[in-house]
Design a protein around this ligand. Sequence first.
Ligand code: TYD
Length: 134
Amino acid sequence: MNIDDCKLIKFKEFADPHGNLVAIEGIKDVPFNIKRLFYIYDTLSDVIRGKHANRKSEFILICLSGSCKVDLFDGINTKTIKLECNTEGLYISKMVWKDMYAFSRDCVLLCLSNEYYDADEYIRNKEEYIKEVS
Ligand code: TYD
């Protein structure tokens, strides 16, 4: 549950003269069974999304097109990752604070999760988050 657990995972790319394909299976290619996916697009470049931590949800973030940045914070340490490669995904464990920003105009950010959406498991108050993890 700290940012050292959050790592980039490189996916196998099936490339041939016709184009490329990446396949992702739960447990095999990402460290959980996938229950939910959502994607973020047409985000204005000055917008910060995320700004929360999750009590239960883990995520894999894949920038399918364009680029964006992610700041991770575990209550002590901070890490910034630029996502710009559609063959790798950033694994984010639960109880890690995340901010996504610097979205390029063409950014499409795909997010996979181990949990169904439940607004109650989101911590959106940073003070409350810091209190909980310290
Ligand atoms: P939100 O979590 O605020 O997005 P972000 O943190 O990227 O700014 O979600 C935006 C809206 O979408 C909010 O009304 C809740 C809804 N939503 C779902 O219904 N299901 C989901 O899986 C997610 C992530 C959001």
